[in-house]
Design a protein around this ligand. Structure first.
Ligand code: ASP
Length: 275
């Protein structure tokens, strides 16, 4: 082979291995792991409870969260990326309307330079919808590490549904369909466990698909070291540093803790735990 062809071949091989390496490292993007002592976080299972309206059941908790963290008249960066069946503008308006009584200024990050909006925000709210699309956009906009870092610095975070799921270590216990392929399943790791929102036990009569317990059991068989916190509708986690308070609308629908080969543990509404 001539010297020139050999050089060309060398370049091709180098390029191919570089591309192979970068795509591999992107797929295996390591989860972020910041100090959690200053974090102030409210994670809601769902945006609704029964037929009480959008975010309505959570208003008393949100009001207390806003007051405790001095967020009145402050700027909230809203992350609308989970919204697929509604435009980001429509999503922003829906949230503004629902949270009007809180007296905070909600601005969706799609309205400006996204990173700048997160950098300047006094608090970060992440809405529900499709978790795959949410994580996809968070990676595309390079926000995973930035949001996790800001929360570790004490910037309050509120999530509901998909927005709560992504506060966990990975998005792998979402209930959503993989309508897009995000760069990685690793998420903010603000709460270093798995979150399953909208938890519902059993299956409707005549339904032969897996129950939620079965799906989570499958996750734990494949990931035996993981811990899953399943939040039934109306349950929320109020996290300060590493202390977690369990809130909920119905004391008969407690928080559930699922681990490999262990009985499901019930954690009462109103109780607290540290991790
Ligand atoms: N699609 C849900 C939501 O954000 C998330 C889930 O069910 O996992 O409302």
């Amino acid at each position: 082979m001539q010297r020139r062809s050999l050089v060309k071949l060398g370049i091709v091989v180098l390029l191919a291995s570089f591309l192979g390496w970068t795509s591999l490292s992107a797929k295996n993007a390591k989860g972020v792991d910041f100090n959690r002592d200053k974090q102030r976080v409210l994670l809601l299972s769902s945006s609704g409870y029964k037929d009480t309206g959008y975010l309505n059941h959570a208003l008393p908790w949100l009001k207390e969260f806003v007051e405790k963290n001095n967020l009145q008249n402050k700027k909230i960066a809203f992350v609308p990326y989970a919204g697929v069946r509604k435009s980001y503008d429509a999503y922003e308006n829906q949230v503004k309307e629902a949270l009007r009584s809180l007296g905070v200024e909600i601005v969706s990050i799609h309205k400006g330079k996204v990173k700048e909006q997160i950098q300047k925000a006094d608090a970060i709210f992440v809405g529900g919808g499709n978790t795959f699309e949410l994580v996809n956009q968070l990676y595309k906009n390079d926000l995973i590490e930035l949001i996790a870092k800001r929360v570790s610095e004490g910037v309050p975070y509120v999530g509901w549904s998909a927005g709560s799921n992504v506060a966990g270590a990975t998005m792998q216990t979402t209930n959503d369909m993989p309508i897009v392929e995000p760069e990685s399943f690793n998420t903010f790791n603000i709460f270093p466990y798995q979150i399953n929102p909208h938890f519902i036990s059993g299956k409707p009569k005549g339904h032969n698909g897996e129950s939620r317990e079965e799906r989570l059991e499958e996750f734990l068989i494949v990931n035996p070291k993981a811990v899953v916190y399943a939040l039934p509708e109306g349950v929320a986690l109020w996290i300060e540093g590493k202390k977690v308070k369990v809130l909920g609308m119905d004391k008969n629908a407690p928080l559930l803790k699922l681990e490999h080969k262990k009985d499901i543990q019930k954690i009462n509404i109103g109780s607290e735990f540290t991790y």
